[in-house]
Design a protein around this ligand. Structure first.
Ligand code: KG4
Ligand code: ZN
Length: 308
């Protein structure tokens, strides 16, 4: 629906949320094989995200909790991604019994974060993007190449057959001592590169090389800074989550870098990487079990990131 506009259109998203919310809830109950009366608590994402869409989910969930007289658990979007890395197996289930302090990379369309997780539900943001998120960079570069939206998965697919050393692109902030990221300069350098070499878009092989080269730049920055943050903070474990963690090269390179550095790694199962309600439910259950999840979340995980 959004593809023909090249990005999410808030009015369309809001209308579709309204149209689909009740049917999707009914479908989820059917799939789980439970009735509405068997629900113990209701959770919903409070933010950050698209405010109009979030409000629909939030008010529906709060109303349901109020009507059923059950606790309501507001969930921070990034925190749900973070803990999705501790869900695995078939069927998927939470494995918090093996929880370890960790450095967590959260990479998606709206955010690129490194978080120090000192204990279960106790975390501190080490750094984030100062401009575009990694997924946004994938999507914007894909758009420059003329790939359909969302471009990240398509760019990943084309990159598989390309030569990552074909074109040299900058690795923004790779040597910067902070744990922050910046990807808008990389996108701009691809724009100028294509302006100066428009013939690249006429050749499938050259497009594949371009995709592989840009992907290599993004992945190298993410991997190097994540491993460095883990070693600097003395943790033995790295976790990684968010839509961009579907990226095959990122999964492989992060695994080999962590192995070389003697770090354990938990990467979110691919089906749980892009936005989903499963990760929201899993985190809500932990908050309920630990008795701390009933009030509105205060967004402290990502200072400076306003709603929206
Ligand atoms: O976590 P997510 O579903 O939504 C946000 O919270 O933003 O992440 C979506 C992002 C999009 O930018 C999409 O292009 C990117 O994840 N993405 C990928 C891949 N699959 C999804 N980026 C690179 N390679 C992929 N395979
Ligand atoms: Zn997300």
């Amino acid at each position: 629906m959004h593809a023909e506009y090249g990005g999410v259109v808030p009015e369309l998203a809001t209308r579709e949320h309204l149209r689909n919310l009740i049917p999707v809830c009914n479908q989820a109950l059917d799939l789980a094989g439970i009735t509405i009366g068997e629900i113990d608590a209701v959770a919903a994402t409070q933010g950050p995200g698209l405010p109009s869409a979030l409000l629909i989910g939030l008010y529906a969930a709060e109303s349901l909790a109020f009507t059923l007289d059950k606790p309501f658990v507001p969930i921070h979007h990034h925190e749900a991604h973070l803990y999705s890395a501790w869900v695995s197996g078939d069927p998927l289930r939470a494995e918090f019994s093996s929880f370890e302090p960790s450095v967590s990379l959260i990479v998606s369309g709206g955010h690129t974060l490194l978080v120090l997780v000192e204990a279960m539900l106790k975390h501190r943001v080490l750094g984030g993007t100062i401009d575009d998120a990694a997924g946004e960079c994938f999507d914007k570069v894909a758009k420059l190449i003329g790939l359909p939206y969302p471009g990240g998965p398509e760019l990943d697919r084309l990159a598989q057959s390309g030569n990552a050393k074909a074109y040299a692109f900058p690795r923004p902030m790779i040597h910067d001592p902070t744990d922050d990221f910046s990807f808008s300069g990389l996108k701009t350098s691809v724009r100028y590169f294509l302006r100066d070499h428009p013939e690249i878009l006429d050749s499938r092989a050259a497009i594949q090389d371009l995709c592989a080269s840009v992907q290599a730049a993004i992945v190298e920055v993410l991997v190097k800074k994540t491993v460095r943050a883990a070693l600097r903070n003395g943790v033995k474990c790295v976790t990684a989550s968010g839509g961009v963690m579907c990226n095959r090269t990122l999964r492989i390179d992060l695994a080999s870098a962590c192995a070389s550095a003697g770090l354990g790694l938990r990467v979110t199962d691919r089906v749980m990487c892009t936005d989903n309600a499963g990760m929201v439910g899993v985190l809500a259950e932990q908050k309920l079990l630990r008795g701390g999840g009933f009030k509105r979340y205060d967004f402290e995980i990502a200072p400076g990131l306003a709603l929206g």
